[in-house]
Design a protein around this ligand. Structure first.
Ligand code: AR6
Length: 163
């Protein structure tokens, strides 16, 4: 079973095997955590992402970490929240599951996640946290997973989901 802990901070500061990026399906970079990761990893990340030819929502693709203190960046496009009837919960669960699979395939032991889809993509925070926590806890691999909450509201919502 994967072990889960929660910290508050900036995921680009995480030292470990891999971080997950809340990407878009084009893997072309953007705002939010994606923008922060691209700035911190350096321009080689954009070159590597373009070679992947995008990624469907709920799936996950891997690049090196470049200038970041991690070996890998796992890019997963979360669902854009509409009203919950467009498979958003299933797709968000897939984001976490597929990212964890990529981590295991690449021999990772420590991986950090931001809160996928709860920024620009508008997924309701409490529901997203429940999905994240249950998916990570049910994942059967010896992984140390760190949720990195960027803001206080996200930190509190994860704290509640982890109770
Ligand atoms: N470290 C950790 N978490 C962060 C950081 C950071 N440095 N910066 C922001 N967050 P978002 P989404 C939090 O909008 O909703 C991009 O344009 C943020 O506070 O980054 O999945 C992509 O290219 C929030 O809690 O991702 C896509 O087009 C969480 O990360 C789109 O945004 C996710 O917010 C993806 O939207």
């Amino acid at each position: 079973m994967a072990d889960l802990r929660l910290i508050k901070g900036d995921i680009t500061q995480f030292r470990g095997d891999a971080i997950v990026n809340a990407a878009n399906t084009g893997l072309v970079g953007g705002g939010g955590v994606d923008g922060a990761i691209h700035r911190a990893a350096g321009p080689q990340l954009d070159v590597a992402c373009r070679k992947l030819h995008g990624c469907p929502t709920g799936e996950a693709k891997v690049t090196p970490g470049f200038d970041l203190p991690v070996r890998f960046i796992i890019h997963t496009p979360g669902p854009i929240w509409r009203d919950g009837s467009f498979e958003e919960p299933k797709l968000l669960r897939s984001c976490y599951e597929n990212s964890l699979k990529r981590a295991v395939e690449n021999g990772c032991q420590t991986v950090a996640f931001p809160s996928i889809s709860t920024g620009i993509y508008g997924y309701p925070l409490a529901d997203a946290c429940q999905i994240a926590v249950s998916t990570i806890r049910q994942f059967n691999a010896p992984l140390q997973v760190t949720m990195v909450a960027f803001d206080e509201a996200t930190y509190r919502a994860f704290e509640k989901a982890m109770e």
